[in-house]
Design a protein around this ligand. Sequence first.
Ligand SMILES: O=C(O)CCC(=O)C(=O)O
Ligand SMILES: [Fe+2]
Length: 288
Amino acid sequence: MTGSSQISVRRLTGGVGAEITGADLADIGDGAAFENIHQAFLDHGVLVFRKQRLEPDELVAFSSRFGPLEQHVLKQFALPENPDVFLVSNVKDKGKAVGAIRAGQYWHTDCSYMERPTMASLLYALDVPSHGGDTMFASMVRAYEELSDTMKALLANLRAVHDYTNAYDTFFAKFPDRPPLSEQEKAKVPPVEHPLVRTHPETGYKALFVNPGFTRRIAGLTEEESRAILDFLFKHAQQPHFVYRHIWAAGDLVMWDNRATWHLAVADYPMDERRHLHRTSVAGDKPR
Ligand SMILES: O=C(O)CCC(=O)C(=O)O
Ligand SMILES: [Fe+2]
């Protein structure tokens, strides 16, 4: 099949996400299919494609249609033969984890701790456990929309500090199996400030841009003020009507727009079963 443009788009929830059918991502071609997928990505924030067969270079080729790819700071978890592909995996080789374990088991947007956070992330499932290990997504556009005008005005001029080590100090601290960041890795990810509300450069929608994983504090407020507002926003933003929960099957490719969504990996699956996914990241711009 060469690049059929006959894709269909079906919304998955009222909050976020759509399923695309009729697309073979290994051979998307030069026709209208890619443009239709790109539009659906902007419209729905999360896209689900099922029954795909993607070699690493095919995953990279499809991902690159959205823009230049970037590599994660944890270089040891890249595929040796294809460093644009990162392993999200609980598989061990000679007792050593082959991929980032416990990756994303807290609500976050990818690499919000970078000056230019990841624009899009693509995750392709090779092995999935017999049950559990779902990934949840939440719309930060809808979460923002449902705030009062007074709260929106309060947030409009605020900036927040994002820091990768926040996830290590809070979430990973409970799990000694996740190796700490080396000094070298830490030096590559100093804290950064971003607007608390960002305007999507392609859709023009505003979205909340703070997350429990990487947002350390709101700049210019006391620790207590910052904590109270962040805790409110974090609770507000994870309401079920903003959320889609993806139950994985091998062959699924799910991609999401980090400018408009949060996600979380649910850690409820048997750890003696393989959960092994390939992952690419499309570079983003400076949030405004
Ligand atoms: O394992 C997952 O479901 C998601 C992990 C994650 O946060 C990511 O790949 O960005
Ligand atoms: Fe993530």
